[in-house]
Design a protein around this ligand. Structure first.
Ligand SMILES: Cc1cc2nc3c(=O)[nH]c(=O)nc-3n(C[C@H](O)[C@H](O)[C@H](O)COP(=O)(O)OP(=O)(O)OC[C@H]3O[C@@H](n4cnc5c(N)ncnc54)[C@H](O)[C@@H]3O)c2cc1C
Length: 438
C-alpha cells in the first residue's frame, strides 16, 4: 500500500529553535530486520519503544520516524503534562472515570519524570501546576465554580485565586478568577522529545528523516522508505492521525490545526515591569474561545490560540504571518506593560480528536497494536497509550490496561462533506456562544 499523505515539517517550531542544534539519527539504509517496529516518534511511539525494550531486553526494536524528534506535534505543543480530566462531571460513574484517567495520567508523568531524572534530560521539567482561568463573571460562574466543586468531590487539592491575588501571580489584569491545581507538569516539549529519543535502551534503533512511503502487512510488517526498508513480525502503530494513511481507523478522526507563538525572553527591565518571577501555565475556561498561556523558566511568554478544522493536515501559505499578528494583538491586550515585546516564533501543529473523545487503543490486526488519537492531551495520553500498547503486545499483566480499555473506542464519523459542514458549524457556534471568554 502506498502512503499518500506524509507529515511535513515546516521548520518553524519555536521550542526547538531556542535549543542547541541536535544531530538526528540516520535514516534507514538497506533492508533491516527487527522483532518489533514502532511507527512514529511522538510521545506514544517513544513510550512504546522504551517499554518494549524493557519488556523484551533480548529483542531488536526499531522506531521509525518521518521527521526528527521534537519537530512533530509532540515537540510543538504547549508543554503541559496534564494530570486531571478536562471535564470531571459529578455522577458516580463520571467520578470513577476521572479517577481512572488520573491513575493513567499520573503513571505517565511518573514515567516521563523517571526518564528526565535518570538521564538528566534538560527540558525545564517542573511540577509547576496550572491555573484554569476565566475572563468573565459568566465563565467563572459556569465553568470555574462547577470545576471547583468537582475537584472537591474527587478529593483533589486546589486553590481558588481571584482579583489582585491572581493578577500578582500572572502579571495580567485580564482574568477574573482561576482555579490552581498543583499536579500539572510544565516543560519544553521539544527538549523532552529529543531527550526521550536520545536515551532509548540499546536494543532500540531509531531511524529519523525516514518517512514510510509504502507499507505491507502480509506475512509480518514491511515498511519501505526512500533509503531502505524495515521488516518485523510485530508493530505498534503510533503515527497518531497519520495512521489513517495506513488503512487503519477509517472515518474515526477529526484533524485540527492549533497555533502557538513564543516571545523573545523579557529583558531585566521588562521583567521588573511585569512583576512576576515564578514561571506559570494557564488553560482557558473555554478551549475554543480562550487562550492557553505560559510564562517560561527562561522568561518568555507562550500564546496558544486558534483551533480549527483542517482535514488535509496542511498549513496554509500565509497562515503563520496572520496568526502571529493576531497573537501579538492578544498578547498586548493581556500584557499592556509589555507592548515592545515581539513574538519571536510562531508555528502550527495538528491534533487528532475522536467524536467521543476516546483513544484508538489496542489490537488492530494480528500482531499490530494501536496507540493513537490522543485528543489534544498527548503528553500524558500518548505516553500511557504507548506504554500500555507495549504491555498488551507483550502479554505483560498490567491492571492499568483495564483502565485504558474503559476509555472506549472512537465513534464513527458522518461521511464528508456532511462532516465538514457539521464540524465547521459547531466550531462557529462554540466561538459565538463563548465569546465572553475570548
Ligand atoms: C499547538 C499545540 C499545542 C498542544 N498543547 C498540548 C499540551 O500542552 N499538552 C498536551 O498533552 N498535548 C498538547 N497538544 C497535543 C499533543 O501535542 C498531541 O496530542 C501529541 O503530540 C500526540 O502525540 P503522538 O505521539 O500520538 O503523535 P505525534 O507527536 O504526531 O507523533 C506521530 C509521529 O508519527 C510520524 N509519522 C506519521 N506518518 C509517518 C510516516 N508515513 N512515516 C514515518 N513516520 C510517520 C510523525 O512524523 C510523527 O512524528 C498540543 C498540540 C498542538 C499542535
Amino acid at each position: 500500500m502506498k502512503i499518500n499523505r506524509l507529515p511535513k515539517d515546516d521548520k518553524t517550531n519555536g521550542w526547538s529553535a531556542i535549543l542547541p542544534k541536535r544531530r538526528a539519527h540516520d535514516p534507514v539504509k538497506g533492508d533491516v530486520a527487527a522483532d518489533w517496529v514502532v511507527l512514529g516518534g511522538g510521545y506514544a511511539g517513544l513510550a512504546a519503544a522504551r517499554r518494549l525494550a524493557e519488556n523484551r531486553p533480548d529483542d531488536k526494536i526499531v522506531l521509525i520516524e518521518a521527521g526528527e524528534a521534537g519537530e512533530n506535534a509532540s515537540g510543538r505543543n504547549s508543554g503541559f503534562g496534564i494530570d486531571l480530566p478536562h471535564n470531571v462531571g459529578s455522577s458516580l460513574d463520571e467520578l470513577d472515570g476521572s479517577h481512572r484517567f488520573m491513575r493513567l495520567a499520573r503513571m505517565a508523568l511518573d514515567h516521563l519524570e523517571g526518564v528526565v531524572e535518570t538521564h538528566g534530560v534538560g527540558c525545564d521539567w517542573r511540577r509547576a501546576g496550572k491555573y484554569h482561568t476565566a475572563v468573565s463573571p459568566r465563565g467563572t460562574r459556569e465553568v470555574l465554580e462547577p470545576f471547583a466543586k468537582e475537584l472537591e468531590a474527587l478529593g483533589e487539592p486546589f486553590e481558588w485565586v481571584e482579583g489582585e491575588a491572581l493578577r500578582g501571580k500572572l502579571g495580567s489584569p485580564h482574568f477574573t478568577a482561576g482555579v490552581y491545581t498543583p499536579g500539572c507538569v510544565l516543560m519544553n516539549p521539544a527538549a523532552l522529545c529529543r531527550g526521550l529519543a536520545d536515551t532509548l535502551p540499546e536494543n532500540v534503533t531509531v531511524f529519523e528523516n525516514a518517512p514510510v512511503l509504502e507499507a505491507g502487512f502480509q506475512n509480518g510488517v514491511h515498511l519501505t522508505t526512500a533509503g531502505g526498508s524495515v521488516r518485523a513480525p510485530k508493530m505498534i502503530m503510533a503515527a497518531n492521525g497519520f495512521s489513517e494513511q495506513f488503512g487503519f481507523h477509517p472515518r474515526r478522526f477529526l484533524h485540527l490545526i492549533a497555533h502557538a507563538s513564543l516571545t523573545r525572553p523579557l529583558t531585566e527591565a521588562e521583567r521588573a515591569e511585569f512583576g512576576v518571577e515564578q514561571a506559570w501555565g494557564l488553560t482557558p475556561a473555554n478551549a475554543f474561545a480562550g487562550i492557553t498561556m505560559r510564562y517560561t523558566e527562561d522568561h518568555r511568554i507562550l500564546i496558544r490560540q486558534g483551533l480549527s478544522y483542517r482535514p488535509n493536515q496542511r498549513i496554509g501559505a500565509n497562515e503563520q504571518a496572520q496568526v502571529q499578528a493576531r497573537h501579538k494583538a492578544l498578547f498586548d491586550a493581556r500584557f499592556p506593560m509589555l507592548k515592545g515585546v515581539e513574538m519571536a516564533h510562531t508555528w502550527s501543529g495538528f491534533v487528532c480528536l475522536s467524536r467521543n473523545g476516546a483513544p484508538a487503543f489496542g489490537p488492530l490486526a494480528p500482531n499490530i497494536w494501536s496507540a493513537v488519537c490522543q485528543n489534544a492531551v498527548g503528553v500524558t495520553k500518548g505516553t500511557f497509550g504507548g506504554i500500555l500498547a507495549a504491555d498488551l503486545a507483550c502479554g505483560r499483566d498490567n491492571p492499568l490496561i483495564a483502565d485504558m480499555e474503559s476509555l472506549g473506542a472512537p465513534d464513527i464519523l458522518p461521511p464528508r462533506p456532511f462532516l465538514d459542514l457539521g464540524v465547521r458549524a459547531r466550531f462557529q457556534w462554540e466561538l459565538f456562544t463563548n465569546r465572553h471568554e475570548a
